[in-house]
Design a binder for this molecule. Structure first.
Ligand code: ZN
Length: 373
C-alpha cells in the first residue's frame, strides 16, 4: 500500500459504513494490533446488524436505515454504547431506529441521543464499607452509610479543625483519634486485629539486624504489612522508643535456609494455634492470584478436604480467604475454578489447566525466603 495523506485518510474513514463490518473477524483484527476496546465495539455493531437474532425484521429495517442514512462507523458504535444500558430488547430496537433516523454529524447524533434516550437512573447506594491492599505503608477504605450518621461523624471530626492547614489529613487524624489512637491503647474502640501479626525473618537477616546492619531492611508481617529492621528490634527485643515497642506485633518467626523453622518467639500454647501460625508463614496471604487478604484474615483450609480423608497436619493446611475457601475446587478432578495445592512445601493456586501460579501481592512466604522461588 502506498502512503496515505490526511485528506485521503479522512475520505476513506468517512466512507466506512455498516457494511464494512459484515465480514467482521475479531481474531484477525486483534492480530494486526488494533485496540481491543475498539474491536469489542465493532463486534457489538456487527452482532446487531449481521449477527444471529430472532428479531430478523427489526434487524433488516435497521440495516436499511444505517445504509440509507450513511451513518459512519463511529456513529454506529456510539449508538450501541448508548443503548447498552437499555435492558429490554424491544425497547432497544425502537430507540435504535430513532437514533438511526438522525441526520448530521457526530455532535448532532449526541444531541439527539440526549433527547431520545431515557435518563439513566443512578443506582441507589447500598450500605457498605470496603478496604484496599497496602501501598507505601498506607491502606485505603471507602464506604456508604445513612446520611444522618455520616453527617454526625463529619461534624464531630470537623470540630477544632485548623483552617490554615489542609483539611483532609486533619480529618483522618481526628477519625483515628476517635477510634482510640494508638494500637497500644487498651481502651481503644478498635482493638488490634487478633491474632496479632507475626513478623517473618530469615535467620541471616535476623543476625544482620542484631548486628546493627539491617535497620532499613523491610520485613514482612502475616497481616500483609511491613516493618523495618529498626522497628523489629524495638518491637520484639524491646530496644528503642516505647511507642514503637507498642506497635502491636505479637511474635517473630525465624527460618534457617536448610533447617527450616528455627524459633517462634513467645510460642503459642496450643498445637492447633501453632499449626495455624505455621500455615500462615508458608503463605503470608491467600494464595489465589490477585487476592489481597493477608493470612491473618484467612481461614485455614484443608488442601485434601477433611471429608476426602485429608488430615489436619501442616502438609495439608493452607490459609485461604473466606471467599476463595468457598470457591476452591475441593475435588482435584473438578477442574472448573482451580484449587490450592502444596508445591514444594508452600500452598500455590493451580489453574484448572494444571498450572501453578503465585500470588505476588503478599511477597514471599517462608519457604521462598528459605529456598528461593
Ligand atoms: Zn482469597
Amino acid at each position: 500500500m502506498g502512503s496515505v495523506n490526511f485528506a485521503e485518510l479522512l475520505e476513506s474513514l468517512a466512507g466506512l459504513g455498516v457494511d464494512v463490518l459484515a465480514g467482521f473477524d475479531r481474531d484477525a483484527a486483534l492480530r494486526v494490533g488494533l485496540n481491543p476496546a475498539r474491536v469489542r465495539s465493532w463486534q457489538r455493531v456487527h452482532e446487531v446488524y449481521f449477527g444471529a437474532t430472532k428479531w430478523t425484521a427489526q434487524q433488516r429495517r435497521a440495516l436499511e436505515r444505517a445504509r440509507g442514512g450513511g451513518l459512519s462507523l463511529h456513529q454506529l458504535e456510539y449508538i450501541e454504547t448508548r443503548l447498552s444500558r437499555i435492558e429490554d430488547a424491544r425497547e432497544r430496537w425502537e430507540l435504535r431506529h430513532q437514533l438511526l433516523a438522525v441526520r448530521g454529524n457526530f455532535k448532532a447524533l449526541q444531541a439527539a441521543a440526549r433527547r431520545i434516550l431515557p435518563p439513566a437512573a443512578p443506582k441507589p447506594p447500598r450500605k457498605k464499607l470496603s478496604f484496599t491492599g497496602s501501598r507505601d505503608g498506607m491502606r485505603g477504605f471507602t464506604g456508604w452509610a445513612p446520611e444522618r450518621q455520616v453527617a454526625d461523624l463529619e461534624s464531630a471530626l470537623r470540630r477544632g479543625l485548623d483552617l490554615d492547614q489542609p483539611e483532609a489529613p486533619q480529618l483522618m487524624d481526628a477519625f483515628l483519634a476517635l477510634l482510640g489512637g494508638t494500637r497500644a491503647n487498651a481502651s481503644a474502640v478498635v482493638p488490634p486485629a487478633a491474632p496479632r501479626p507475626i513478623v517473618l525473618v530469615p535467620l541471616d537477616t535476623h543476625v544482620d539486624i542484631l548486628g546493627g546492619r539491617g535497620d532499613d531492611t523491610l520485613l514482612r508481617l502475616t497481616d500483609g504489612t511491613t516493618m523495618t529492621g529498626a522497628e523489629y528490634l524495638a518491637t520484639i527485643f524491646g530496644e528503642g522508643p516505647a511507642q514503637v515497642r507498642a506497635a502491636g506485633v505479637g511474635e517473630a518467626a525465624l527460618f534457617h535456609p536448610q533447617r527450616g523453622a528455627v524459633n517462634l518467639y513467645r510460642t503459642q500454647r496450643y498445637a492447633n494455634a501453632k499449626q495455624r501460625v505455621l500455615a500462615s508463614l508458608t503463605a503470608p496471604g491467600c494464595p489465589v492470584p490477585g487476592c489481597r487478604h493477608g493470612a491473618d484474615n484467612c481461614q485455614i483450609h484443608h488442601i485434601t478436604a477433611w471429608r476426602h480423608g485429608g488430615e489436619t497436619n501442616l502438609a495439608n493446611l493452607a490459609p485461604l480467604c473466606r471467599y476463595h475457601n468457598r470457591a476452591n475446587d475441593d475435588d482435584p478432578r473438578a477442574r472448573s475454578r482451580g484449587r490450592v495445592e502444596m508445591v514444594r512445601g508452600a500452598p500455590r493456586w493451580v489453574s484448572p489447566g494444571g498450572r501453578a501460579v503465585a500470588n505476588p501481592r503478599h511477597g514471599p512466604g517462608a519457604m521462598e525466603l528459605l529456598f528461593g522461588g
